[in-house]
Structure formats: structure tokens, C-alpha cells
Design a protein around this ligand. Structure first.
Ligand code: MF3
Ligand code: CO
Ligand code: CO
Length: 291
């Protein structure tokens, strides 16, 4: 069912069958890259209109929760309470929190404070303090379709260096997204992001990447946020992926908590920020779905 067959309606929304619409031009545009040895997306990564519209519906839930948190996140609140809000709003909207029980993850979203890079586990004993910066990462499943987005929230009076890190990380995400064009290697996104981070001497996390998303939580392509010379997968209209740079004030090195097996921290203890959107590759660029 989740596979764009030759007889399915084309991703472009023309209403025509894929084989009578974009199949041939997709393949022709890919041919030069095939010759050079670039990895190609498998057919099931190219979504049809129904799937894409389903991800839009899923995104509405994710975005409504991220929006609601803008007013709610305050000094004195625990990350466990944030998790409850995410869980309640998702369930009321008819969705499922993808993180819960995902590979054993114990909560409904990720909450990552200050030097925590990502995958922080919400906890009622972890209380937000004035000056903290926190990323809340939400992934919703709605009618089987996934949307994945995260934002930074600033608690009270935040230092200039923390504010700048969050702002530059947001810029990295948006500039990375703006660079997305069909029939380009996905690695171009990381080149753009790494150039911006370099200007500030920030470290671009390498151990964790963006990913294809939509019909499942984490699928191809791998979306690296750092510069690479590798031949990366070619993007085609109808593919859906995340851009989610994790940027450190210090070096890019990270550690994973040995006890909980999840919490990723900067190795040097410096601050880290992350922003994430789910993005559709279109015929002339891309479209952010988590808006
Ligand atoms: N939402 C994260 C991402 O952007 C993944 C979290 S996995 C979890 O890919 F298990 F920690 F929730
Ligand atoms: Co993601
Ligand atoms: Co996410």
C-alpha cells in the first residue's frame, strides 16, 4: 500500500498514473547520477499524493502542540509535565506519540536541556530554571503517517551566547531547507549548514542525522548536517525527509548516557541547540510540511 507503483497516481497531483506522468522524466534526470555511482532512492521513498496529504494532517497535530508549548514552557515546570501535555494533546487529536516505546524509549517526546544534544528523557524531577534553553522534539503518527518537528524554547532571561546559538541553529535549519532541490545529492544540505556553523566556530553534530520520514519514523535517506565528500542519495520529488541540525557551542563530539542509553550530551559540556522540520521535495524545490 505504501509504495508508489507505476499505476498509482503521480506524486505531482496531476491525477495521472505515475507511469504516464513523471516516471520517465524522474528516471532520465537520475541517469547521469546513476552513471557516477550516486545512491538512488528506492521507489517506496517516493510518496503519492494521498500519503503526502496524510503527512500534512499528521503535521497539524505536531505543530499545534509545539505552538501550545510556546506559552506553557516556564521556569519551575518539569519536563515530565511537558511530556504529559504532548501525550494528552496528541491522544485528544486522535494521534499516537511515535517516541513512546520506540526502541524502548520510555516517554512521548524528547526534552533536551542546555548541554543535552537530543533524546533527553522527560522527568518530573527535572525542573526548568531561569536561563535554560530546551528543545522539545515531537513525532506524531496519524492514520499511520509520521510528522517530526522540534523547536528551542528559551526559559526566562537567557544569556546572549545561548540565544545566539539557538538563532544560528534555526538559520542553519532554514538555509539547509532552502538549499533543497530535486535531483541533487542530499549531502548538499550538510554543506550549507556546516558553512554557516563554521562562521561562528560552532560544532556540527555528526553522530546523529536527519532522515526520511512519513511512512515510518526513520527511513532513507540519511540527512547529514555536516560537510561530506561522500556520494549521497539523490533527491526526487515526492520524497519526505527531516532537516534537524544539532549545533554545539563547542566541538561536535557527543556522549551517550551509559545508564539510560538515550541521553546525548556534548562531550565538552558546552550548550547545544536543535531545530527540526519535516520537508517534502517538490518539482522546483521543497515545501515544509510541519507548518
Ligand atoms: N524525534 C527524533 C528525531 O528527530 C527521534 C527521537 S527517537 C526517541 O528523529 F526514541 F528518542 F524518541
Ligand atoms: Co527526526
Ligand atoms: Co524529531
Amino acid at each position: 500500500m505504501f509504495k508508489l507503483g507505476r499505476n498509482d497516481r503521480c506524486w505531482c497531483g496531476s491525477g495521472k498514473k505515475y507511469k504516464a506522468c513523471h516516471e520517465q522524466s524522474d528516471e532520465e534526470k537520475l541517469a547521469p547520477f546513476v552513471e557516477k555511482g550516486y545512491p538512488m532512492p528506492s521507489r517506496e521513498l517516493i510518496l503519492n499524493k494521498e500519503q503526502i496529504d496524510g503527512i500534512r494532517e499528521s503535521s497539524k497535530i505536531t505543530v499545534a502542540i509545539l505552538d501550545a508549548l510556546e506559552d506553557k514552557i516556564k521556569e519551575g515546570m518539569s519536563t515530565g509535565e511537558i511530556d504529559d501535555i504532548v501525550s494528552d494533546m496528541t491522544i485528544r487529536a486522535g494521534g499516537i506519540c511515535a517516541p513512546l516505546n520506540y526502541e524502548g524509549f520510555p516517554c512521548s517526546c524528547c526534552t533536551s536541556i542546555n548541554n543535552v544534544v537530543c533524546h533527553g528523557i522527560p522527568d518530573y524531577n527535572e525542573v526548568l530554571k531561569n536561563g535554560d534553553i530546551i528543545n522539545v522534539d515531537i513525532t506524531t503518527i496519524y492514520n499511520g503517517l509520521y510528522s517530526d518537528s522540534s523547536r528551542m524554547y528559551l526559559v526566562g532571561d537567557v544569556s546572549e551566547e545561548a540565544k545566539q546559538l539557538s538563532e544560528v541553529t534555526k538559520e542553519c535549519m532554514y538555509e539547509g531547507i532552502k538549499a533543497i532541490k530535486p535531483y541533487m545529492p542530499v549531502g548538499e544540505i550538510g554543506n550549507v549548514i556546516n558553512d554557516i556553523a563554521d562562521k561562528y566556530n560552532y560544532g556540527v553534530v555528526r553522530a546523529l542525522c536527519g532522515h526520511g520520514v512519513g511512512i515510518d519514523f526513520h527511513i532513507d535517506p540519511i540527512v547529514n548536517h555536516y560537510r561530506t565528500e561522500q556520494k549521497t542519495m539523490i533527491l526526487v520529488p515526492g520524497m519526505v525527509l527531516t532537516v534537524e541540525p544539532m549545533i554545539n557551542k563547542g566541538t561536535y563530539a557527543v556522549t551517550i548516557d551509559e545508564e539510560d542509553g538515550w541521553t546525548v550530551r556534548t562531550a565538552d559540556g558546552s550548550l547545544s541547540a536543535q531545530w527540526e522540520h519535516t520537508v517534502l521535495v517538490t518539482e522546483d524545490g521543497c515545501e515544509i510540511l510541519t507548518v
